[in-house]
Design a protein around this ligand. Structure first.
Ligand SMILES: [Zn+2]
Length: 477
């Protein structure tokens, strides 16, 4: 390709606070329209905003987790534009002096690590929502429940060079914000959303090309598709001798194309100025330290610790740490059982299959870590086979029965390790398959598996396989 792809991302995270950023209204999603409102968030004349301390806490958390400097004094500004979902006629945001500056995040793409710069993180309020009912032609409603809901915007440097890097960065940011408890990371509901600035330049060109901004990508897959589409589109324009127009484009998921929405504004179009209703946000070292102390272990550190402490493969560590609650569950099981690898396998294969089928997450799992650990110890000490273990697990899960030992006892599922009983079974099989025994003894060693299989079948999977192997070897060589 003749061009270098240049991508920067702006990520909006809706914060998990219970109240709005400048008033005490609830942020609860799904309430009847305009229920969560007051004079402040509906922009009534004379109503004054009061900043929520929790929002600042969350912004500092996000900043510390992405290696940003926390600015000692940051300023809220008014971003002026007219739209019916914005009752004041301006959005309160931060402009020249945001709360966090100059961080970075390391991503990994195709085995290579790369550092992506973070320009800034600022706090702002969300806008309301317009509703256009299908059956009422020419009518629109406005719902201000979302007006004044707190957001942070995380702005990256234009450091990404492919859609894959952009997606990796976005995933890493999302993972961190969810770990921090700052955002629920739900892309479909829009509580975690991203805009992408994309431009192309000829290799070696000193200046960045003209960029287009892409909006409305509500999944990682759509981010990938939208960027790929945009790169092709710009390449065609440049190859044809044309010029890319600076504009905002909307990604159309159904048609798989982007469409021009409006010319991209420059900052001066918004007539930013400091909001006279709000004091500068002063954050002292003690506050920063307090937040730093409360930070949880972050995903990258946790992954490394899982590799070091539990000696599980990297792929396992990645799956298990992708979700903080899942990682906690795994550790709770490992504390009570002796084999981290066995615990990892069972969680990733059996447990996750059940959770996926029911579309629930680990916090709703009916099987407790204690009882999974107990099941694993029954397998490890040979009381039951792995195969029977799966059967027991299914019962534990579906009946929310957390006593595997009792299930095994009640249903007589313990492994047959009585050599007398097994021997009788083996003798029967040998007697019934004389021809195969001869073939085996003449060198058709593959038949050994057949004999073992027969015993497993006869014992309904309960024969101890090691003992079966041993007894057969003794009897037929
Ligand atoms: Zn309010």
């Amino acid at each position: 390709m003749d061009y270098e792809i240049v991508i920067g991302l702006e990520v909006h995270c809706q914060l998990l606070t219970e109240t709005k950023i400048f008033c005490g209204c609830s942020t609860h999603f799904g309430n009847p329209p305009n229920q969560n409102t007051c004079p402040v968030c509906t922009g009534m004349p004379g109503a004054l905003p009061v900043l929520s301390r929790k929002v600042v806490d969350f912004a500092i958390r996000a900043g510390l987790a992405t290696a940003c400097e926390i600015t000692p004094s940051s300023v809220f500004a008014r971003k002026n534009y007219f739209y019916p979902d914005l009752p004041k006629g301006y959005q309160i945001s931060q402009f020249e002096l945001p709360i966090c500056l100059g961080g970075h995040l390391d991503i990994e793409v195709a085995g290579e690590s790369k550092r992506i710069g973070i320009t800034r993180i600022h706090m702002e309020e969300d806008a309301g929502k317009l509703v256009h009912p299908e059956h009422e032609h020419g009518v629109s409603y406005v719902d201000y429940n979302r007006a004044c809901v707190p957001l942070i915007e995380i702005v990256s440097e234009p450091d990404m060079r492919s859609a894959a890097e952009a997606v990796a960065y976005l995933k890493a940011i999302r993972e961190i914000m969810v770990y921090l408890g700052v955002c629920d990371g739900n892309m479909e509901e829009g509580s975690f959303r991203c805009d992408a600035n994309i431009s192309l330049r000829r290799w070696g060109a000193p200046k960045l090309g003209i960029r287009a901004e892409l909006k409305n990508m509500n999944s990682f897959r759509n981010v990938q598709r939208a960027i790929d589409y945009e790169v092709e589109r710009q390449m065609d324009i440049l190859d044809g001798g044309g010029q890319v127009v600076q504009e905002t484009r909307l990604w159309n998921v159904d048609r798989g194309i982007s469409m021009s929405m409006r010319g991209k504004e420059e900052a001066h179009d918004y007539r930013y100025f400091p909001d006279p209703d709000l004091l500068p946000v002063v954050v002292d070292a003690a506050w920063i330290e307090e937040v730093r102390q409360s930070l949880p272990e972050l995903p990258v550190a946790k992954r490394q610790r899982f590799l070091d402490d539990y000696a599980i493969p990297l792929a396992d560590a990645e799956v298990l740490t992708a979700d903080r609650a899942m990682a906690d569950y795994f550790e709770a099981v490992v504390k009570l059982s002796s084999s981290p690898k066995l615990a990892a396998n069972w969680i990733m294969v059996e447990l996750m299959k059940f959770l996926n089928d029911d579309k629930i997450d680990i916090t709703q799992c009916p099987v407790t870590p204690q009882s999974l650990a107990e099941l694993l110890s029954l397998i490890e000490d040979g009381t039951i086979s792995g195969k029977i273990g799966k059967q027991v697990f299914a019962q534990m899960y579906s009946a929310a029965d957390n006593n595997p030992r009792k299930i095994v006892e009640d249903q007589g599922l313990a492994q047959m390790s009585d050599s007398g009983e097994l021997e009788a079974m083996i003798d029967e099989i040998i007697a019934a398959n004389g021809d195969k025994v001869t073939e085996y003894q003449q060198g058709k060693v593959k038949l050994f598996g057949f004999f073992v299989g027969q015993v497993m079948k006869k014992s309904k999977g309960q024969a101890n396989p090691q003992m079966v192997n041993k007894l057969f070897k003794e009897k037929i060589g």
